[in-house]
Write a protein that binds this ligand. Structure first.
Ligand SMILES: [Zn+2]
Length: 237
């Protein structure tokens, strides 16, 4: 990896990045690279009894606290949770978010992931990257000069995902877990609603990917290959 990169990780919901690529983001940051964490939706379906406005504010705060653990910039909440549609209006929102960060590397959900927001965000990011560099596509921020490289992060529990590149996250596994712990409301909600312990999920998924590449804990990625955006060297930590 050459020089200082700007990395933009794009998660459909405020806690997805922590589960699926939090270790890699921690390593990027540790290596002196600039990290943006963009959560596309406001996360307002992530709660049972509270009013949506309260959930929205809590989740924005949790995302900010998680990002602060690795000196990343957190922003987002542009769409309503559960209502992401891959249309032209949405594409322009994602294009502008990408232009705001001007990244060399983007990490986004895999097209096979489990939730419609994940699938549609994956599609929107793929569409937005190319058009983010087109001057006649006008948004608030100026067009990119160079197309970013796109890596897809793992799916939740790895279903339908075969990693092509691995990142050894052993030295930052506790940072990754603490980033997830910053999302306290979701740890409780997911336990209550799905019977899932997020910290256990991070432990088991990290160990599973680690076994695949011979380290203690790992995260897996797939490079999205398209004309003009295939790197000749590895850009993952
Ligand atoms: Zn999600």
């Amino acid at each position: 990896m050459n020089g200082r990169l700007t990395v933009m990780a794009i998660g459909p919901h405020p806690d997805d990045l922590e589960v699926l690529c939090g270790g890699t983001l921690a390593l990027y940051s540790k290596g002196g690279h600039k990290v943006f964490m963009y959560y596309v939706t406001d996360g307002t379906k992530g709660g049972l009894s509270k009013p949506k406005e309260v959930i929205k504010a809590e989740r924005a705060e949790e995302a900010k606290n998680s990002a602060a653990l690795i000196d990343a910039v957190s922003f987002g909440g542009d769409f309503v949770d559960g209502e992401v549609v891959a249309d032209m209006e949405s594409r322009l929102v994602v294009i502008d978010a990408i232009r705001r960060c001007s990244p060399e590397v983007i990490i986004a959900p895999h097209p096979n992931d489990y939730h419609t927001d994940h699938v549609n965000v994956s599609k929107l990011v793929f569409e937005a990257i190319y058009h983010a560099a087109i001057p006649h596509t006008v948004t608030k921020h100026p067009p990119l000069k160079v197309l970013p490289i796109l890596y897809y992060m793992d799916t939740v529990t790895g279903i339908g995902f075969v990693p092509e590149q691995f990142v050894d996250i052993t030295e930052v596994i506790e940072v990754k877990k603490n980033m997830m712990r910053a999302h306290a409301t979701q740890i409780d909600f997911v336990k209550e609603h799905h019977g899932v312990d997020f910290i256990d999920l991070i432990e088991i998924s990290g160990r599973f990917r680690g076994y695949q590449c011979g380290v203690r804990y790992a995260e897996g990625f797939v490079l999205s290959q398209g004309w003009n955006r295939v790197p000749t060297s590895r850009l993952l930590p």
